[in-house]
Design a protein around this ligand. Structure first.
Ligand code: AOF
Ligand code: ZN
Length: 372
């Protein structure tokens, strides 16, 4: 293997390791690290949970004295700051690593190139940018949040091939098959928060939780999976206190707009947090909501709701991915549409770009992104 092919091989392995933290590192990024010497990988590590050692420290601990003279392949710039843990750049220097290959700079303003400077000042060769787009794809929400932008927003809908999501009565269970629903579990598990609306809560009684005991998520058991924050948009605080989205394990936030002290007290007694946000037009101010979730360190957000709320996110261009699970069925002209978008002229159409199409069981998963 040539030197550059070996570099690539090691970085691909580091990316694979980083993915093992997909459901657990939040709000921290998923990061993987490989230490190699003499054309061989000598140690590996990945970041598993905020507060625990970073990827580099796991790899250094596994390598012991073998780290001296090694090259470190890291999917993110080694940190230079003391957060919940000490700087990885210092640990790499102390261990005698002679070269660091990083896929990308850390967008965290506390790091942002300082890790590289520290390493270079210590005489370590630093190469940046190998497999960069793959590394960025691991942490889309973290990158956005660190840049001071809103979190990464995915809107998920399940529809028939005629674009219908429920019968006129509201009946909607189940349009798609188990493979598609399992995929939704994976989307939830990687999300910091799941947003739903009061209409969906009353009609479907969803739990919006990750059920790792029931569905295959990867190599993690149910005890290791974090529950996303469940957010219910409910202007008048109509959420019943005994619905699964409130009572299930994990945090629940009800976002209201009007004062209803008694209902608020009842929700709080049931374990939910209640917060009020201003309304804009017919519903909650979505920009203010996303800003608040960003302050709560939410990286990736999943919107699982009915046509009205999903339509509002699309109209305001507050999304990064629209994920449509499409079943090979027709629900007919009386059934409900996918997104509520009151458009009249062709010129008003929302143009999207296909990012991915794949078959899951009997259904299709269509991933669309805004046309940039
Ligand atoms: C690395 N390697 O594996 C990770 C890094 O609170 P702390 O100490 O865990 O620091 C979190 C910050 O460290 C996070 O915002 C990001 O900038 C960086 N994450 N850095 O060198 C890792 N997870
Ligand atoms: Zn670190």
């Amino acid at each position: 293997m040539s030197d550059s092919a070996f570099d690539q091989h090691c970085m691909i392995r580091a990316l694979q390791l980083a993915r093992q933290g997909l459901y657990t590192t939040d709000p921290n990024p998923r990061v993987g690290c490989v230490l190699a010497k003499g054309g061989q990988i000598v140690a590996e590590g990945f970041h598993a949970r905020a507060g625990e050692p970073h990827a580099e420290r796991h790899a250094l601990a596994a390598a012991g004295a073998g780290a001296r003279g090694a090259t470190a392949y890291v999917t993110l710039e080694p940190c230079s700051h003391t957060g919940r843990t000490g700087p990885c750049a210092d640990a790499l220097i102390e261990a005698g690593v002679i070269r660091v290959v990083a896929a990308m700079e850390d967008p965290n303003p506390q790091v942002a190139g300082n890790g590289f400077s520290k390493l270079r000042a210590a005489g370590i060769q630093v190469d940046v940018g190998l497999q960069e787009s793959e590394a960025r794809a691991l942490n889309p929400g973290f990158i956005r949040r660190m840049r001071g932008e809103r979190p990464w927003v995915r809107i998920k809908v399940a529809a028939s091939v005629d674009g219908r999501t429920a019968m006129a009565s509201g009946e909607s269970q189940w349009i798609t098959g188990p493979e598609a629903r399992e995929d939704v579990q994976r989307l939830r598990a990687r999300s910091s928060a799941v947003i739903t609306g009061i209409g969906t809560v009353l009609a479907d009684r969803p739990s919006c939780t990750v059920r790792a005991d029931q569905w295959r998520l990867g190599e993690y058991g149910s005890d290791q999976v974090r529950q996303p924050l469940r957010v219910i948009l409910d202007r008048r605080l109509r959420t019943p206190v005994d619905v699964p989205v409130v009572t299930a394990a994990g945090p629940c936030l009800v976002v209201g707009g009007e004062a209803h002290p008694e209902r608020q007290r009842a929700l709080e007694a049931a374990g939910a947090e209640v917060m009020h946000l201003p309304s804009s037009g017919s519903g909650v101010d979505l920009k203010a909501l996303l800003a608040d979730l960003s302050r709560r360190e939410c990286n990736e957000i999943l919107v699982e709701c009915g046509a009205t709320l999903a339509g509002a996110f699309v109209r305001e261009a507050l999304f990064d991915e629209l994920i449509v699970y499409m079943a090979p069925a027709l629900l007919g002209t009386d059934a409900r549409g996918l997104l509520s978008l009151p458009l009249v002229r062709m010129a008003e159409k929302v143009s999207l770009r296909w990012a991915d199409v794949r078959q899951l069981g009997n259904d299709l998963r269509l991933t669309l992104v805004p046309e940039s």
